[in-house]
Design a binder for this molecule. Structure first.
Ligand SMILES: *[C@@H]1O[C@H](CO)[C@@H](O)[C@H](O)[C@H]1NC(C)=O
Ligand SMILES: *[C@@H]1O[C@H](CO)[C@@H](O)[C@H](O)[C@H]1NC(C)=O
Ligand SMILES: *[C@@H]1O[C@H](CO)[C@@H](O)[C@H](O)[C@H]1NC(C)=O
Length: 203
């Protein structure tokens, strides 16, 4: 056995031992309609998200807006240090859960993340705190992590919807699935989500 093959076998057995699918995550994704609204199948593993001192985000948790204004202190998932990953956070309920016609509103997008090193990734869209409009109910904000098959280069493969001024919207809304398809990301390997109630911005 060549040394490299031996190393792969060891890695595989470690990841098999660790990669039991998370049954609660699957149940929560289905219970809250993320399957099938956003993806066809729940990711097997949890993206661990730490907002401040209040610990790990529990899938589906309802969070007060003031607790999520800043980027999470830590985001992690079971990663292979030799692989590259994409992290996406979006509001999937724009303008509301009943009317998702605005597509997935991108709130954070980091690509080419090596292994565990989120800080080493390339930020395509900086973190934007969730601020659902008043009266639009609970919005679901989803975190998804994809394993990349290659380096994603900065190109127009990541088309942004045109900024509109309330007039005719001709551009197609951005969606996670389009982004994943264009960039050949496959299915997400890990996920998590929280919910935030739309409310008026405090003056
Ligand atoms: C932690 O949770 C408490 C109670 O919900 C909240 O008042 C506080 O702001 C939170 N702290 C952080 C850092 O998020
Ligand atoms: C859904 O929201 C869009 C604006 O984001 C609006 O133009 C459209 O009329 C809404 N559709 C319904 C059925 O409310
Ligand atoms: C991006 O560029 C790298 C280096 O030139 C190349 O290996 C990779 O295949 C490119 N990725 C895509 C998606 O074209």
């Amino acid at each position: 056995m060549r040394p490299k093959t031996a190393a792969i076998v060891v890695l595989l057995s470690i990841s098999l031992a660790q990669s039991e699918e998370d049954p609660i995550l699957k149940q929560k994704f289905e219970e809250h309609g993320l399957v099938p609204d956003v993806i066809g199948k729940a990711p097997g593993r949890l993206v661990k998200v730490y907002y401040g001192e209040n610990g790990t985000l529990q899938p589906g948790e309802v969070l007060p807006q003031d607790q999520i204004q800043g980027e999470p202190e830590k985001v992690s998932w079971e990663a292979d240090p030799d692989e590259l990953y994409t992290l996406i956070m979006t509001d999937i309920d724009a303008p509301s859960k009943e009317n998702r016609s605005d597509g997935d509103e991108k709130r954070w997008l980091v690509v080419n993340i090596p292994g565990y090193g989120l800080a080493e990734g390339e930020v395509r869209s900086p973190y934007e705190p969730p601020q659902p409009a008043a009266g639009t109910g609970l919005h679901r904000f989803i975190f998804l992590v994809y394993k990349q098959s290659q380096t994603l280069n900065s190109t127009d493969e990541d088309p942004e919807p045109e900024t509109t001024t309330g007039e005719s919207e001709t551009s197609t809304p951005w969606t996670i699935n389009d982004f994943a398809r264009v960039n050949e990301l496959g299915d997400p390997i890990a996920g998590n989500f929280f919910r935030v109630e739309g409310m008026a911005t405090e003056e």
